[in-house]
Design a binder for this molecule. Structure first.
Ligand code: CTP
Length: 403
């Protein structure tokens, strides 16, 4: 999944031959899951038609301060356009438009939108090689960069003039990749490795039966999603679940039993910066797993159980720099029990779920949690959706670990 998903992209088009590539750019933004609106300089309409761009973007295209198609002369509000945008991408950006941007000139709707936009601005220059090298153009680049705008450098290649050199607008795929990487680089968990456990474990009794629990895995999957959206590289070790996740930064490692979860978690722990263990791991497993299906005979039947390994505790014991988070599901003396687990498992943070709270626990899409930190801070949260709880948890971890 692209970081551009659900983002509003305002694409600014100026009068360069590279404007013909804007159609592909609109399609690629939409493919990445973004919404696109287009604002054009009047002269750019000689290179690509507003009809092409409005058809591809499924939005009206703006090229003047009033809507000429409309007899009522409706004013196109450049301030609203700027506020709508999460990112303003000017591609191609001509020497003329960049010089105007650098000097506060505001004689068309694209420039007025630029001056009123508060979102990050990217510009992809396109021009002939001598224009690209001219000191005046370089001064525009420097000024725009000093304003905080981001330049997507032009490539080298054949130019419309027939000359070969620098000045060719970056290819649409490269523009998208540049913006995606730039957004990712600014995310607070960029470069962090996060290990997450989710779901139940199944402990085999015989080839067809097991001991399990009602954990849906939803909380752990939401945490993985929230962490990846903040730029972290996530390893999600999950017991059997129907949950699905599709994110380029999440690697899913399916396991079945507590023993398999233990082994998989230990394989990734050393390289992790943060570990969040939300799985409902079985505390006991059958001591002997029957090789054949057990036949019914007597009126009663017992299975001898033995303890599984406590994965969380084992991580607390070998912890070096990792920030370690556990969950506690309690029904009585909640705070006391959770604080006990925080200490005995050497955690930095524990997330307490009380089954006495309505809307909390297994199989529901909401949760009501309390965060308890290693320095004994107790933070009660409202009943929220599990995805909101996951975002709150990531905020708390970032706050505590300065990640
Ligand atoms: N946990 C684990 N491995 C286990 C059991 C639990 O990693 N074998 C983790 C869970 O993922 C959770 C935390 O330990 O983050 C607490 O789980 P919980 O079942 O509430 O606590 P227990 O330590 O098992 O204690 P009890 O069941 O007695 O309350």
């Amino acid at each position: 999944m692209s970081v551009l998903k659900d983002k509003n992209i305002l694409l600014g088009i100026t009068a360069g031959i590279a404007a013909y590539k804007s159609a592909s750019l609109v399609r690629l933004f939409i493919k990445a899951g973004a919404s696109v609106k287009v604002v054009m300089t009047p002269a750019s309409k000689d290179f690509i038609t507003p009809l092409t761009l409005s058809t591809l973007s499924k939005n009206p295209v703006y090229s003047s301060f009033v809507d000429e198609e409309d007899d009522n002369q409706v004013w196109n509000n450049h301030v609203d356009l700027g506020l709508w945008a999460d990112y303003f991408v000017i591609a191609p950006a001509t020497a003329n438009t960049m010089a105007k941007m650098a000097n506060g000139v505001c004689d068309n709707i694209l420039l007025a939108t630029y001056l009123s936009a508060k979102c990050p601005v990217y510009f992809a220059p396109a021009m002939d090689l001598d224009m690209y090298k001219h000191q005046s153009t370089k001064t525009s680049f420097e000024k725009l960069i000093s304003f905080g705008d981001k330049m997507i450098p032009a490539g080298t290649g054949e130019l419309a003039s027939g000359l070969v050199g620098e000045g060719r607008m970056a290819e649409p795929e490269d523009i998208i990749a540049f913006i995606e990487n730039d957004i990712l680089d600014q995310l607070p968990l960029r470069g962090k490795m996060i290990l997450i456990t989710a779901g139940p474990t199944y402990e085999a009794i015989d080839p067809v039966r097991f001991i399990g629990n009602h954990s849906s895995g939803k909380m752990g999957f939401e945490i993985a999603y929230a962490a990846a959206n903040l730029g972290a590289e996530v390893t999600l070790v999950t017991g059997p679940t129907h949950q699905k996740i599709n994110h380029s930064l999440v690697a899913v490692k399916p396991v079945v039993s507590a023993e398999e979860m233990y082994n998989e978690v230990h394989e990734h722990y050393n390289t992790s910066d943060i570990a969040i263990l939300s799985a409902a791991v079985a505390d006991y497993k059958p001591k002997i797993v029957a090789q054949q299906k057990i036949k019914k005979k007597e009126s009663t039947f017992s299975i001898e159980l033995e303890k599984t390994k406590d994965i969380l505790k084992s991580l607390g014991e070998i912890k070096t720099n990792q920030f370690l988070v556990g969950f506690a599901l309690e029904t009585d003396n909640e705070l006391e029990h959770a604080k006990g687990k925080l200490k005995s498992k050497n955690l930095d943070l524990i997330v307490l779920n009380s089954l006495r709270d309505k809307g909390a626990g297994f199989g529901v899409s909401t949760n009501k949690v309390t965060f308890i930190t290693a320095s004994n801070e107790v933070i009660h949260q409202e009943l929220k959706s599990k995805s909101e709880v996951a975002k709150d948890l990531m905020k708390q971890i970032i706050k505590q670990s300065n990640a």
